[in-house]
Design a protein around this ligand. Structure first.
Ligand code: R2B
Ligand code: URA
Length: 307
């Protein structure tokens, strides 16, 4: 009989999960090698992570380390399990949370997301109920569109620079398009969890690009394609369409998590500059550090409400 839980689980799009491969790993027919993460599905580390409830991702390995330390110290110094390989991604598990760095840009981050999705499937033994309860977040930096630097943007939808969703060339069928929205309830709950903080926080759309300079219409690259008029035209168009910030991973992140039917995921980015005022990130190191800390504070305040 269907219980409430299995109904929730059924919301995961089973037909979009690669059962052929993943279930053969579960049944022990083959061992999965999470190549870029540096572990395999028969690693003893898997047993330590059965209580996994959240995956927190961010671009930089240093930040991931800091997040893990601080989450551990809030949880009676819970043991921090380090993944052995660190030359691609830095990964730590502690007190129910997997902290994963993803590098810069969607090609890099998509590798981390795909391998971690596979890992989550295996950790929770293919139970769609348990898998769908895992909360995912990307905590990052971005360029603001009409918001002051240091503003936190909680993303409602992440699109490519043409304001269309993430898509990939898929050989056989041509192009596969992915759903770009973030769950509204999660975004609202994150804002609510930070009601007491004096942090400027806004919700809005995000643009994710495949290039920091050219696709963000910067005029300070070694190569430049836009001019000032074209850049301002693009930024104004984004602003009129309720885009609040620009970064390099969100459209893929939302797309892949939506594809499997995860219910709860979010992106929280701090803005390092206001792109309507320039291209160069000129804030001092201590300002940037303070801006970065804000996004960590915002996600931790939410994590405490769910774990
Ligand atoms: C934000 O910052 C990085 C580029 O500086 C990139 O990973 C992103 O999305
Ligand atoms: N990250 C980006 O992708 N763009 C910016 O302008 C700043 C940070």
């Amino acid at each position: 009989p269907l219980t409430n839980l299995s109904l929730i689980g059924a919301l995961m799009k089973s037909e979009h999960i690669n059962h052929t491969f993943l279930d053969s790993v579960l049944s022990g027919e083959q061992v999965d090698s999470y190549y870029h993460l540096g572990i395999t599905s028969d690693d003893p580390l898997i047993e330590k992570m059965r209580e996994l409830k959240a995956v927190i991702m961010g671009g930089s390995g240093t930040r991931i380390n800091e997040f893990a330390r601080s989450w551990s110290s809030e949880h009676e110094d819970a043991e921090i399990h380090r993944f052995p390989k660190e030359d691609r991604f830095v990964i730590r598990y502690t007190a129910g949370v997997l902290f994963v760095s993803h590098g810069m840009g969607m090609p890099s981050a998509s590798i981390a997301v795909q391998e971690v999705m596979r890992l989550v499937y295996f950790i929770h033994r293919g139970s769609l109920d348990r898998i769908s309860e895992v909360f995912w977040a990307r905590v990052g930096t971005s360029g603001g569109v009409g918001v002051p630097s240091g503003t936190i943007v909680v993303t409602t939808e992440a699109l490519m620079p043409d304001l269309k969703p993430y898509r990939v060339f898929d050989g056989g069928k041509g192009t596969t398009w992915f759903e770009s929205s973030f769950p509204v309830e999660t975004a609202e709950a994150i804002v609510k969890a930070n009601g007491e903080e004096e942090i400027p926080i806004t919700v809005g759309k995000t643009v994710a690009t495949n290039e920091f300079f050219l696709e963000q219409f910067r005029l300070d690259g070694a190569i430049v394609l836009a001019n000032l008029d074209r850049k301002m035209e693009w930024l104004t168009w984004l602003s009129e369409n309720n885009v609040r910030n620009i970064e390099m991973e969100g459209a893929m992140f939302a797309g892949y998590l939506n594809y499997w039917g995860f219910r709860s995921f979010a992106m929280v980015c701090t803005t390092m500059l206001n792109r309507l005022e320039g291209d160069q990130v000129t804030a001092t190191a201590s300002q940037l550090q303070a801006f970065n800390e804000r996004s960590g504070t915002v996600i931790f305040n939410y994590l405490r409400t769910i774990i």
